[in-house]
Design a protein around this ligand. Structure first.
Ligand SMILES: Cc1cc2nc3c(=O)[nH]c(=O)nc-3n(C[C@H](O)[C@H](O)[C@H](O)COP(=O)(O)OP(=O)(O)OC[C@H]3O[C@@H](n4cnc5c(N)ncnc54)[C@H](O)[C@@H]3O)c2cc1C
Length: 407
């Protein structure tokens, strides 16, 4: 029997769900409803490629033709205001009512708000959606000096884009180090040096107190000093977009609570992507959102599949530094680590827990990451290897041998 599949949101989770549904069911109708005006696009490019042509087709996840050939309808620039799960209907901002048989909520996340004096001033920006990136670019066109708050990967990539556009940039991070989720003290300090060498001021362990008064941004107050600037951009974390579940029986915590099959507590209502909370965790990352979308789509068509969390994998290429971070890198919860370095720009650290390799941080390009990723994901046992007296090269060669030799 033909069904009406409705998906709220037009991000990567939504597109992958729609594709999974269509691959399994060629007859039913699929409708993607999104508040933004663009077809689903690669949101990551809003920081990495901020000054490129964001309106270009290259930024889209799938070109317009794909939706036509797949017979997937899109309703853009339309916000869903309410879900009536008893009657299987959605109510749009334009007053329409849409009936669904199976519903997927992929409303993503919004950027955490900066809650300090002056944060609502003209010239203060945060980028989550395309129009925010475009507004920021227009605003800073004739400006020279920008403060970038947030030393996570998204903040640093934004800072790098602004710096490459010829602006003076100052980075402010409240935590003691940059990219604290992906790097150890050593690599974080090295990254900070590289950024400073490029001519960017970096303040860590310091919170911004205030954005200075005036009609527009004039500067910021940081501890006991002031820094003048023309604009402030911030990226200080995300919060799942769960507003739509208010006045519905859908269970939420930090996000919409789902099981491994992306089912909510309400029959025929699923959720995937940055909006979900699974096993108490909100992942908020591109790869997981994509995988969760696929899993949701399959389950909506009654093909049982469970979401498997993948190994976190971050690649960073900016400020003349390439590095990668894979897996679990919390040294306080590991049994041991092996470090190889040359005191300059060569540094690799392998993290070991329960006799398995669980994480790696390394300065180097992405290609070098592949054997480490394989070793971590295989969960191969390091039993019998003297970890106190092994170089990373020896360890990797032993792991490779164990992976190719059948047990
Ligand atoms: C600048 C930037 C850089 C990033 N860099 C990285 C990175 O390097 N690596 C990484 O892993 N992740 C990165 N991310 C995070 C990544 O983009 C997200 O994890 C991913 O986009 C989540 O996809 P999603 O489909 O769940 O939701 P989203 O992409 O957030 O899409 C949700 C969509 O739903 C729409 N919506 C919300 N409410 C409604 C409603 N009521 N009605 C209709 N539509 C609605 C929103 O407008 C939005 O278009 C970055 C994010 C940003 C903003």
């Amino acid at each position: 029997m033909n069904k009406n599949y409705c998906i709220i949101g037009t991000g990567v989770a939504a597109v992958n769900a729609a594709k999974a549904i269509r691959d399994l069911d060629q007859e039913s109708s699929i409708l993607l409803i999104g508040a933004e005006t663009s077809l689903p696009y690669n949101r990551i490019k809003l920081s990495k490629e901020l000054f490129s042509d964001l309106g270009s087709e290259k930024v889209l996840i799938k070109k317009e033709k794909w939706y036509q050939t797949q017979n997937i309808q899109t309703l853009l620039h339309t916000k869903i205001e309410h879900i009536d799960s008893d009657n299987h209907t959605l109510h749009t901002s334009t007053g329409e009512t849409i009936q669904y048989d199976k519903l997927l909520i992929c409303t993503g996340a919004k950027n955490r708000k900066l809650l300090i004096d002056g944060a609502d001033k003209k010239g203060v920006f945060t980028i989550r959606e395309m129009h925010e990136a475009e507004d920021f670019k227009v605003f800073i066109e004739d400006k020279t000096s920008i403060v970038n708050i947030g030393g996570g990967i998204q903040g640093l990539e934004t800072a790098w884009s602004i710096f490459k556009a010829g602006k003076k940039v100052t980075i402010v991070e409240a935590a003691p180090r940059l990219m604290a989720r992906q790097l150890d003290d050593k690599t974080s300090a090295l990254l900070k040096n590289k950024i400073e060498e490029a001519g960017v001021d970096v303040h860590v362990n310091t919170s911004i107190k205030q954005i200075m008064d005036g009609d527009e941004v004039e500067g910021i107050v940081l501890g006991d000093q002031t820094i003048s600037c023309d604009s402030v951009i911030y990226s200080i974390g995300v919060v799942p977009n769960i507003d739509l579940t208010e006045n519905t029986p859908i269970h939420t915590g930090k996000g919409i609570i789902v099981n491994e099959r992306m089912e909510t507590n309400i029959k025929d209502v699923y959720a995937a992507g940055d909006v979900i909370e699974l096993n108490g965790e909100v992942e908020g990352l591109w790869g997981p959102a994509m995988d969760q979308g696929k899993v949701a789509g399959k389950n909506m068509v009654s093909v049982a599949e469970s979401y498997q969390k993948t190994t976190p994998f971050t690649v960073f290429n900016a400020f003349n530094l390439s590095l990668f971070s894979i897996g679990f890198i919390d040294e306080s919860r590991c049994d041991t680590t092996i470090i190889e370095e040359d005191g300059a720009e060569k540094y690799t650290r392998v993290f070991i827990k329960d006799n398995k390799m669980v994480g790696v941080i390394s300065l180097g390009d992405m290609l070098a990451s592949i054997p480490y990723k394989t070793a971590i994901e295989s969960g191969v046992s390091l039993d019998g290897i003297n970890l106190n007296d092994s170089s990373i090269k020896d360890l990797m060669s032993e792991v490779k041998g164990r992976l190719t030799t059948p047990a």
